[in-house]
Design a protein around this ligand. Structure first.
Ligand code: NAD
Length: 291
């Protein structure tokens, strides 16, 4: 029997718990938690992501403010805006939606955010603390995956885990978290230069795929009874109203019956990522207000 790891339903439940806490804090006379977002340019997917973050904030009772800047905004203007938000005591979280236009240095932008409100967890200090297993903001996607595995009671201790992808925002932190005390998995990281990725994945108890290639993980690359987490989201052109469908990195229809548990796309990791951002913002707020 395969368990479908239903991130949509789980995130809804967890968001409800955040809303309850926020309602309580507000009823005690505290201000609402506040997430600020900066969006530079007109990238369609980025606009969709920011809009969904705004909706999530509304749902749980956070204040949200979105700064929409034109694509030709200078790096200096962007850094100045970040600096002014950093200095605003009433803002608990700041995210700059990536990617930024090519003339802006994304690393400079990430590092300009005060790590105390770095709710995306991309700052070098946040990553360093994560690596040392110190309290910090864990970037939303790996955090969401860990929450999901925990909630579904998926055993990770002593299990072999293959993470496919080594990006700073997904694969790398994911691999660190899975090997840390508490999860205790034995982790292998595969990437674009790994020959025969399937030789690794087909021996793994848990496979976490974050490559951005639709249907990358085929049924012959999976062990019977494995747990499969599909982080990938790619827009593939389709003849529907939106003009596209979302595809994961796993050949879901063919793989799912071979697994003991698997995340669908959409409705798996995506909603958990959105929850991760809310969790981090509430964490920052509680720290600021000593709650
Ligand atoms: P990225 O492009 O930064 O990294 C992709 C990684 O895949 C790289 O480390 C690369 O080495 C590896 N890779 C590429 N081709 C490979 C191959 N043939 N074999 C093995 N490894 C290969 O991407 P990212 O930001 O890590 O995102 C990965 C995917 O996850 C994308 O589809 C992205 O849209 C999605 N994503 C989803 C969420 C979510 O909430 N579900 C969040 C972030 C990213």
């Amino acid at each position: 029997m395969t368990t479908i790891l239903d991130g949509k339903t789980l995130a809804l439940k967890l968001r409800g718990q955040i809303k309850e806490k926020v309602d309580k804090f507000k009823s005690e006379g505290h201000r609402a938690p506040h997430l600020a977002a900066i969006l530079v340019g007109e990238d369609g997917a980025s606009k969709t992501y920011v809009a969904s973050k705004e909706r999530d904030c509304d749902f749980v009772g956070f204040k949200s403010s979105v700064h929409k800047l034109p694509a030709d905004t200078s790096e200096e203007d962007l850094l100045n805006l970040i600096s002014s938000i950093n200095n605003d005591e009433d803002i608990d979280g700041l995210i700059v939606q990536l990617p930024v236009p090519k003339h802006i240095n994304a690393t400079k932008v990430t590092e300009a955010i005060n790590y105390e409100i770095d709710v995306d967890g991309f700052h070098t200090i946040s990553v360093g603390k994560l690596t040392k297993n110190e309290d910090t903001f864990i970037s939303a996607t790996p955090f969401g995956v860990i929450m999901m595995l925990e909630d579904y009671g998926i055993e990770t201790k002593g299990k072999s885990c293959v993470v496919v992808g080594r990006s700073n925002i997904v694969g790398r932190p994911m691999s660190i978290l899975m090997s840390q005390g508490g999860r205790d998995a034995t982790v292998t990281v595969c990437h674009r230069y790994t020959p025969n990725v399937g030789e690794f994945t087909k021996n793994a108890d848990i496979v976490i795929v974050a490559v951005g290639i639709p249907d990358f993980l085929k049924v012959d690359m999976v062990k019977e009874g494995a747990v499969i987490v599909d982080v990938g989201i790619t827009r593939v052109d389709a003849d529907n109203k939106r003009g596209y469908v979302l595809k994961g990195d796993v050949d879901y229809e063919n793989v799912k019956d071979k697994t003991s548990a698997i995340t669908p796309v959409p409705g798996g990791v995506g909603p958990m990522t959105r929850y991760g951002l809310l969790f981090n913002t509430l964490k920052s707020y509680k720290k600021k207000l000593n709650l």
